[in-house]
Design a binder for this molecule. Structure first.
Ligand SMILES: Cc1cc2nc3c(=O)[nH]c(=O)nc-3n(C[C@H](O)[C@H](O)[C@H](O)COP(=O)(O)OP(=O)(O)OC[C@H]3O[C@@H](n4cnc5c(N)ncnc54)[C@H](O)[C@@H]3O)c2cc1C
Length: 378
């Protein structure tokens, strides 16, 4: 196997600690969270107390000031146990970086420390009932009124949407300016006029509280504008490659977990007087999957290196997201098959992982949009 060279001793120690946390605080409760449709809120406080939220934020804003490899480890260990309920990655490595990179000193010092402890849970709301891939088609509006913006509209499919206390909202500030008429706002969910809709009933990721959000004449202080007015689209373009790489790296981690479960299962399962893994068609299928995951891991690790060096471009991140999530779903599907009928039963992790994996090809920009972005560079 090609050894992974990204991580040092301190990363390995951190991985051990995270693994213990995931096994003690997440794994035993996840089936119950799947049933209730959200993770217990106190998990967020425990994760905050352990330093597992926003670790890459600077210490002055409540983080640990460590490199993003610590966040990579958190995501990999979460997906290693098939735990798709906690929206930690989105909170720590999508929402918080927007505030750090685009926010004023006021926004950074007001919100980042509370995200790091888990006192506040973060979400980001781009998608609307009528506009997902085509973000320029959003209708949510923000109209300046003295020292406030008046926000009206609705969003859907928002990860952490039911638990969240803070939402980065993408809204139109100029109806005639195309992509230059879009701005970002940090909306505190206690602001009057803000309401959360129902938790959405999804095919998979059942413990993830994905929700609708509604804005009815919400008065957002002008100081909660994130970045400059009209520069929202440009900010999104800057932050999206890292979001897409995160989806890709969790795809590889999830595929590896599925392969590990399946190797174990086919060893234990007997048919025609031998272990299922002893049929050559089965062991060759497992060999193919092992190869594809290994190939994918090398590409993803190289992308992570580029991100560390601030050189990850949109094209490469799109390739990673598209390829890794297609590979993930193919692996999941083959692993279900190798579990036979048990692979279709919810009490087997592979069944849940298969359903959870399907959305990876859809959110964060669909894989068709990823190919569109890549094709523009041909
Ligand atoms: C579980 C879950 C969590 C999510 N979390 C969030 C979140 O936290 N925040 C958020 O803002 N959004 C979130 N989303 C929304 C997600 O990002 C969108 O669903 C996604 O971007 C697709 O948008 P859409 O659903 O409107 O599909 P559409 O844009 O309507 O696409 C429909 C189909 O048309 C295809 N298509 C569209 N345009 C083109 C094109 N130019 N070329 C080729 N094909 C095209 C698409 O690929 C797709 O197959 C989440 C979605 C889910 C399901």
């Amino acid at each position: 196997m090609i050894p992974r060279t990204l991580f040092g001793d301190d990363h390995q120690l951190f991985r051990d600690t995270v693994r213990r946390f995931m096994e003690a605080e997440v794994a035993p409760h996840h089936a119950r969270w799947d049933e209730q449709g959200y993770v217990d809120r106190d998990l967020w406080s425990k994760a905050g107390a352990a330093g597992f939220l926003c670790p890459s934020m600077p210490e002055q804003y409540g983080g640990s000031g460590v490199d993003i490899l610590f966040s990579v480890i958190l995501m990999e260990e979460q997906f290693r146990i098939g735990a798709t309920g906690p929206g930690f990655g989105l909170h720590s490595e999508i929402v918080a970086p927007y505030i750090l990179h685009q926010g004023s000193e006021y926004l950074k010092s007001t919100y980042l420390p509370r995200l790091a402890t888990g006192e506040m849970i973060g979400a980001i709301a781009m998608t609307e009932p009528g506009a997902g891939s085509d973000l320029q088609g959003i209708k949510t509006s923000a109209v300046k009124d003295g020292e406030h913006y008046i926000l009206n509209g609705s969003k859907t499919f928002i990860t952490n949407g039911w638990h969240c206390d803070l939402v980065i909202v993408v809204a139109r500030t100029d109806p005639d300016a195309g992509s230059k008429g879009i701005s970002l706002f940090v909306v505190d969910t206690t602001m009057p006029g803000f309401t959360k809709g129902k938790r959405l009933h999804k095919m998979g990721m059942s413990a993830q509280d994905t929700s609708e959000l509604f804005f009815d004449q919400v008065r957002v202080p002008a100081q909660n504008l994130l970045g400059e007015e009209g520069r929202g689209f440009a900010c999104l373009m800057q932050e999206l490659p890292w979001e897409r790489l995160q989806i890709a790296l969790t795809g590889v981690a999830a595929a590896q977990a599925a392969l590990d479960w399946t190797i174990q299962y086919t060893r234990d399962r007997q048919a025609f007087g031998r272990s299922v893994i002893d049929f050559q068609t089965v062991s060759h299928k497992l060999a193919e999957m092992k190869t594809e995951i290994a190939v994918g891991q090398v590409f993803i690790d190289r992308c992570i290196e580029l991100k560390l060096a601030n050189k990850l471009d949109a094209e490469t991140a799109s390739m990673a997201k598209y390829w890794a999530t297609e590979m993930q779903f193919k692996v999941m599907d083959q692993c279900v098959q190798l579990h036979g009928g048990y692979g279709y039963m919810h009490e087997y992790p592979i069944a849940r992982a298969w359903a959870d994996a399907r959305v990876q090809r859809i959110y964060g920009g669909t894989n068709e949009i990823m190919k569109e972005l890549i094709s523009r560079t041909l």
